[in-house]
Design a protein around this ligand. Sequence first.
Ligand code: FE
Length: 346
Amino acid sequence: MRATLSALAGAVALTSASLATPAIADGEVNIYSYRQPFLIQPLLDAFTAETGVKANVVFASKGLGERIAAEGDNSPADVLLTVDIGRLDGAKQLGITQPVVSDVVNENIPAQYRDPEGHWIGLTNRARIIYASRDRVEQDSITYEELADPKWKGRLCTRSGQHVYTIGLIASMVAHHGEEKTEEWLAGVRDNLARKPAGNDRAQVKAIYAGECDISIGNTYYMGKMETNDKEPEQKEWAKSVRILFPNAADRGTHVNLAGIVLAKNAPNKDNAVKLIEFLSSADAQKIYAETNFEYPVTPGVEVSERVQSWGDLTPDSLSLDDIAKNRKTASELVDKVGFDNGPAS
Ligand code: FE
């Protein structure tokens, strides 16, 4: 029901957007966004102030890629804003993108966070880290490899192995260790689970707070969302019960994923779209975009917000997100093969 409603809301938003703004008008850019309007509006206002280009946003939580595909040549979409390499590369695989050709973007964004062919561009990083109980975990460092160590038996909570966030992490393990070793590792991690994978990243921290597990796997920005949650203040208590350990900080670095943007294949306002992507790739824009969702700018040296910095230092894995994209299918097969989502083997 929820999916249907949001799809409907998306369709309504789309209709009104296309009625209110002719697709091919000068001085406009049409943004299809999976990211909530409040996250991007301050930046779009700054973009319009700087360039005079009006930015129209169509927000939906699902189905925008498919809609662009269905609209085909007549699609009003110029760009699609989304999160996770699975969805960025998914848009490329869907055939709804075209390469961004821009020296500005190539200079601003490190190569590991861009598609080598230019079909997707990362704008911010989120790290997939370990939430550790302040009461029951003493160690100050951890590795992903160590999650398979029997010392964690019955102590680990995580969301589904098939969720894009988990797939990205497992794909990075395949890239580093190969398929066979990753399968062994994943079976070890499965055996350490306190319960069947279920719920989102925050639900795992809630489980640590409740004493059901001692460590969980999650994205960094959820710490910020919990710490500042005035609507559901109990989440502040969940956050207080954990601290963040950045896996592999001492060796290859912590697995990171992207929030990013693609240029639509039939973008009617292509020049303005490239202008927007160049604008968003700038250090200042990355900083603002990262801050609104407690993320990290992708360009080293661009300042991280105080709250995010308070969680510790992030050293990102230097693996390219393209390498992760290439190993996603293998990762997904391994999740099924070891029965990860069935929970610990008895
Ligand atoms: Fe998320």
